[in-house]
Design a protein around this ligand. Structure first.
Ligand code: PAP
Length: 343
């Protein structure tokens, strides 16, 4: 891969060719699905209750049809830009910590996205039946998804496998998604108008949207089945990572021992997974993610409350009202700004 290519990142956009590669059944289905113009060139289709590009219909369908969960599996789930990369690093380092030497964490040489692969955005992307046995080298299989709870394969819901969901306040999610999408846009394309995409986001139209449907889907499922689904918040991780890591380890059935706590294992994991550490690692500064997006684009600021540098007061008001309306009586709340202790 030469650097000229790296400097001109682009999504694999929906072309007629990509469309042709869809199975007949899916091609027919596409004709019947509600369609909206996406944030960039591709159309978004409302499939199984969420907005998805045509490119991902097949991988999502394959994942739903062919994935068989083991009781021991762990799935990390997120809405895009909610801290997926961070959660992957944390879950990987916590779950597998006894399978590598202390100073040889694979995160030093592999990206979190290589170590914890996306099901629909990676493993099933070009292969309807990937050989997960040879792909997973660690004792416990650890995967990631952006697919909503309602749309997960039945075996994930019916088995005893565990799900860790990480949510983030919608203002920071929106800004992160807008800037990310804008950055990977075509060179000759107009920059994305903030007003336009903000309106789409509020109407639920964005990749994997509606945002609130996904978050509330996992939230309700976690309340009904707290031993199966752990619901975490990005802002809580920022506020007290050690406490959240212990909680995560306990949930995953690998609690930190007293000895480990004394030795500072929790702090070591927190440190290697921190934004500053991951961002400075060469492996995360170079190379491309499966979609062709440079790895470095997954590390921007990693702050709580950066939305205040971008959103107008009218936008803030609209999103605040939406939050109030959508979360009403759900018991879920978002922290919109950082606390004093945040780095
Ligand atoms: P996704 O596209 O796969 O969902 P995701 O990791 O959720 O990736 O998106 C990147 C966001 O997580 C960025 O947020 P920002 O635009 O507001 O800065 C990125 O900076 C943030 N991020 C990545 N790694 C970390 C980390 N270790 N700690 C905190 N935030 C992080």
């Amino acid at each position: 891969m030469d650097t000229a290519e790296i400097s001109k990142p682009r999504f694999v956009s929906l072309t007629e060719d990509a469309d042709k590669s869809l199975d007949d059944e899916l091609r027919q289905l596409v004709q019947t699905l509600p369609k909206e113009q996406g944030w960039r060139v591709s159309n978004l289709y409302l499939y199984q209750g969420f907005w998805c590009t045509a490119q991902f219909l097949k991988p999502v369908a394959s994942f739903r049809k062919h994935f068989r969960a083991f009781d021991s599996d762990v799935i990390v789930a997120t809405f895009p830009k909610s801290g997926t990369t961070w959660l992957k690093a944390l879950a990987f380092s916590t779950l597998h910590r006894n399978q590598f030497a202390k100073d040889e964490n694979p995160l030093l040489n592999f990206t979190p996205h290589q170590l914890v692969r996306f099901l629909e955005h990676d493993l099933y992307l070009n292969n309807p039946c990937p050989d997960l046995e040879t792909i997973c080298v660690y004792k416990t299989r650890l995967f990631a998804t952006h697919v909503p709870y309602a749309c997960l394969p039945a075996s994930i819901k019916d088995s005893n496998c565990k799900i860790v969901y990480l949510c983030r306040n919608p203002m920071d999610v929106f800004v992160s998604l807008w800037l990310f999408t804008d950055k990977i846009g075509e060179e000759n394309q107009e920059p994305l108008s903030l007003d336009k995409v903000f309106d789409k986001f509020c109407r639920g139209i964005c990749i994997h949207g509606p945002f609130f449907d996904q978050v509330l889907g996992y939230w309700k499922a976690s309340r009904e089945n707290p031993d199966k689904i752990l619901f975490l918040k990005y802002e809580d991780l920022k506020e007290d990572i050690s406490c959240q890591l212990k909680h995560l380890a306990m949930f995953l059935g690998v609690p930190f021992t007293e000895e480990e706590e004394k030795q500072g294992v929790v702090e070591e994991i927190a440190k290697i997974c921190s934004f500053d550490k991951l961002q400075e690692l060469e492996v995360n500064r170079k190379g491309l993610f499966v979609s062709g997006v440079p790895n470095e684009n997954f590390f921007r600021k990693g702050k709580v409350g950066d939305w205040s540098n971008y959103l107008t007061s009218a936008m803030v008001e609209r999103l605040e009202k939406l939050i109030q309306w959508k979360l009403d009586n759900s018991g879920l709340t978002f922290k919109l700004s950082s606390t004093a202790s945040e780095d």
